[in-house]
Ligand binder design. Structure first.
Ligand SMILES: [Zn+2]
Length: 236
């Protein structure tokens, strides 16, 4: 009698377990269905999102969303033009810092020298020359060597009017010994080749030399040799 009772009890538990198992199987099936629906739904949406998330830079390299600079760094005007179809999200490109000549004739009066001292006839002392001097007549247009934003315009007795343009990747370029009248103002966006000032003889610094532009390149605030960054040179 007691044995039969036990058997009944086992059977009862077994039946209960069957229901529980069926419940679990049903739940698992529902969960699997939901997960599948969500995943396949995302997969179906993904192709629409890819063009917006990825950018092709000037050299045709695809830049993933995670590589894009934060929105507070404004993208260059021209660079956004071609790929603006992705919507109103700014399309930033990270171009290599390959510069053009700030003076069209590109005639170097005094080159960059940081490993030896050169005589400065104006200052009557020997010093390094951490810029490149481009010979040019007074009034010759001085052009931005790369896309950027005018960061400062200062006039001093020594360096005349000096325009600093800030570029991406920590680079900035300085155009010194300009005349006081410049066609840009602080905050202006400039493109490679845009006129940022005109050669003058306003600055005393290097004034014993023929009229010229004193041009400097800085990376992270440190003067570097501009010659490395012209087309064909690959010291990035
Ligand atoms: Zn110089």
């Amino acid at each position: 009698m007691e044995k039969k009772y036990k058997e009944n009890k086992v059977l009862l538990f077994f039946k209960k377990n069957i229901y529980a198992i069926l419940m679990v199987v049903c739940l698992a099936a529902i969960v699997a269905l939901v997960v599948y629906t969500v995943v396949s739904g995302n997969a179906a949406d993904a192709p629409d999102e890819v063009p917006a998330a990825n950018v092709v830079d000037a050299e045709g390299n695809t830049i993933s969303n995670s590589d894009q600079p934060k929105q507070e760094e404004p993208p260059k005007q021209e660079a956004t033009g071609g790929t603006a179809a992705a919507g109103d999200q700014p399309v930033a490109t990270e171009q290599d810092f390959v510069i053009s000549n700030p003076i069209e004739s590109a005639e170097i009066l005094k080159d960059y020298v940081d490993s030896a001292l050169v005589y400065n006839a104006t200052m009557k002392h020997w010093a390094t020359h951490q810029g490149v001097d481009y010979k040019a007549d007074v009034g010759t247009a001085v052009r931005a060597v790369f896309d950027g934003e005018v960061a400062s315009i200062n006039t001093t007795t020594m360096r005349g009017t000096e325009v600093v343009v800030k570029h991406s990747n920590g680079f900035s370029t300085t155009y010194a010994l300009l005349g006081p009248s410049v066609p840009v103002k602080v905050g202006d966006k400039v493109s490679k080749g845009d006129v940022v000032g005109y050669v003058a003889e306003t600055g005393y610094f290097e004034s014993a030399d023929a009229p010229h532009l004193h041009f400097e390149v800085r990376r992270d605030g440190k003067l570097v040799d501009p010659n490395y960054y012209f087309e064909g040179n690959d010291n990035k």
